[in-house]
Write a protein that binds this ligand. Structure first.
Ligand SMILES: *[C@@H]1O[C@H](CO)[C@@H](O)[C@H](O)[C@H]1NC(C)=O
Ligand SMILES: *[C@@H]1O[C@H](CO)[C@@H](O)[C@H](O)[C@H]1NC(C)=O
Length: 329
């Protein structure tokens, strides 16, 4: 009993030479095994720290522990061979030696990926192609790259956010996913327009309504649809030229813009006429004539020797003798 108390008591605590240590308290100094070292004056051997290793016995300092090389890491304490060093996994890289935790392997940034183990430089991280993006750090395959939605495009490689996918402008549409240039946004054809951005189908190009036309490609608003002028009409939807505006015929007039039907060509009222096409109003029958029907192209002369008191006469009975008396009551 006395002997044991002596052995574990502080009086026997004594240092070992460099490269030696006591496996347990009170035991003799032994040569430090592989994976450890001890400096002069230490009582125990110290394990090589994580990220380092030693395959020799009797080592005298931490600097005798070899570093795991760049592109590898090890969390093992007291490792006895470089085989303890594991490659940084896919999606990561490290240009430092002696990395003691997997977190010491840097992650490829969002918008990139790497399928290689043991990479020693960030250049191993491959950018997602233009037209794609990826929010993931440390991505390990190209499958992490997500295509831009239809109606959008992204001209830059290595995008990390969906906002990198630019919306097709108003007046265009794009049905392709993963588009990499604005050329994927197809302009609406003449005769149509599309006010919304990011359209995904040609059906979003609305046709100019009847009575209007447009020769503009990629129009974004209905204001590009030009109205057929007064005196004309058009029944065609999505018309592409002013030539579709038909003139109202003689004897009719049409006072509004963008008329969409021939029924809007109104017959001149009695007492009025037109002899031209495309008229916006009729003329009064001049003095000395009368118009007794709708839609006249010319007025009838009063019988000889008679005339009217004013223009716009609506029946023959208004023709009076030039001396003042009504000839045909
Ligand atoms: C390691 O990589 C970082 C980031 O790319 C760089 O700034 C640093 O200089 C590199 N260190 C060495 C030792 O190459
Ligand atoms: C006949 O034509 C004149 C001149 O354009 C116009 O002022 C008048 O309102 C027309 N009459 C009718 C009934 O439409």
């Amino acid at each position: 009993m006395l002997r044991i108390a002596f052995l574990v008591g502080p009086a026997v605590v004594s240092a070992c030479p460099a490269g030696y240590g006591k496996p347990v308290r009170g035991s003799p100094c032994m040569i430090c095994p592989e994976g450890t070292y001890s400096a002069e004056g230490a009582e125990v051997c110290t394990q090589c720290e994580a990220g380092t290793w030693s395959d020799l016995r009797g080592q005298r300092g931490a600097e005798s522990c070899g570093m795991c090389p760049a592109g590898t890491w090890s969390s093992q304490l007291g490792a006895i061979s470089p085989e303890a060093c594991q490659k940084c996994p896919e999606g990561r890289w490290s240009n430092r030696t002696g990395v003691g935790a997997i977190a010491g392997c840097q992650r490829c940034p969002a918008g990139t990926w790497s399928g290689k183990q043991g990479a020693t430089s960030e250049s191993v991280c491959i950018k997602c192609a233009a037209g794609k993006w990826s929010p993931q750090m440390a991505a390990t395959s190209e499958e992490a790259c997500v295509s831009c939605d239809a109606g959008r495009y992204n001209p830059k490689a290595g995008a990390a956010a969906p906002l990198s996918c630019v919306t097709c402008p108003a007046g265009t549409w794009g049905d392709a996913v993963g588009a990499d240039s604005e050329e994927a946004c197809t302009p609406c054809p003449v005769g149509t327009f599309s006010p919304g951005r990011g359209a995904i189908s040609s059906e979003s190009c609305a046709k100019c309504r009847p009575g209007t036309w447009s020769d503009t490609v990629g129009a974004s608003g209905h204001k590009t649809c030009t109205s057929c002028p007064v005196g004309t009409y058009s029944t065609e939807e999505g018309a592409t030229s002013s030539e579709i505006c038909s003139e109202c015929g003689p004897g009719t007039y049409q006072p509004i813009l963008a008329a969409a039907s021939s029924e809007l060509c109104i017959k001149c009222a009695v007492g009025n006429y037109t002899n031209g096409v495309g008229q916006s109003s009729c003329h009064f029958c001049p003095e000395g004539t009368y118009g007794d029907a709708f839609g006249l192209t010319k007025c009838t002369e009063c019988p000889s020797g008679t005339t009217t008191a004013a223009h716009g006469a609506i029946r023959e009975g208004l023709c009076m003798s030039k001396t003042g008396s009504v000839v045909f009551p």
